[in-house]
Ligand binder design. Sequence first.
Ligand SMILES: CC(=O)SCCNC(=O)CCNC(=O)[C@H](O)C(C)(C)COP(=O)(O)OP(=O)(O)OC[C@H]1O[C@@H](n2cnc3c(N)ncnc32)[C@H](O)[C@@H]1OP(=O)(O)O
Length: 194
Amino acid sequence: MTEKEKAAQGLLYDANYDEHLKKERLECIEKCFDYNHIRPSNKEERRALLHSLLGHVGEHVTIEQPFHCDYGYNIEIGDNFFMNYNGVILDCAKVTFGDNVFVAPNCGFYCAGHPLDVEQRNQGLEYAYPITIGNNVWIGANVAVLAGVTIGDDTVIGAGSVVNKDIPSGVIAAGNPCKVIRKITEEDKKKYWK
Ligand SMILES: CC(=O)SCCNC(=O)CCNC(=O)[C@H](O)C(C)(C)COP(=O)(O)OP(=O)(O)OC[C@H]1O[C@@H](n2cnc3c(N)ncnc32)[C@H](O)[C@@H]1OP(=O)(O)O
């Protein structure tokens, strides 16, 4: 089994030293470099590069620069997506965003993790679990979404959260670790600020 196949099966794999994965990552970060150096006003070139970088790009997708990811082809984005400055996606597994997702500045989506055991970790071993974000999700600034997490539809994640477990649909959740604060209700139609 190749290291890439092990990763896809959720097994520990050699991310640091495997030549094939290193080559794929280098190709990807070269493309990220190119993306981050396109003039912000050159929307056509930005769009074309995102299509060549990512696995799927829906309609009306904006990713502000700078943006960084590891492989690109594992990222699938629905329609009407906005990611603000300094987005980081460590996509050693699939990262899927539904439709109408807003991501604030400095957010990270980290599929990767390393063993707690020091001998395994120092061999460069890693695991990769997918991240899934539903439809109509707003993720506040400086949020870290960790490996294996699913965030349900219509949910808001408060700024500064560390999302280490699944979050259900239709709620506000925040904090470190991120917990549900309350459901979003009809009353919220009357409220847009404190
Ligand atoms: C796409 C873009 O670029 S967006 C631009 C960047 N903007 C942001 O990142 C803003 C993100 N917004 C937030 O984090 C907001 O606090 C929201 C949306 C979660 C607020 O939701 P509201 O329901 O209005 O929260 P409200 O202020 O009433 O707080 C409810 C409780 O949650 C707590 N809370 C709210 N936000 C957070 C947070 N980010 N982290 C921890 N606790 C929080 C409050 O302190 C309060 O607790 P209390 O009841 O003990 O006092």
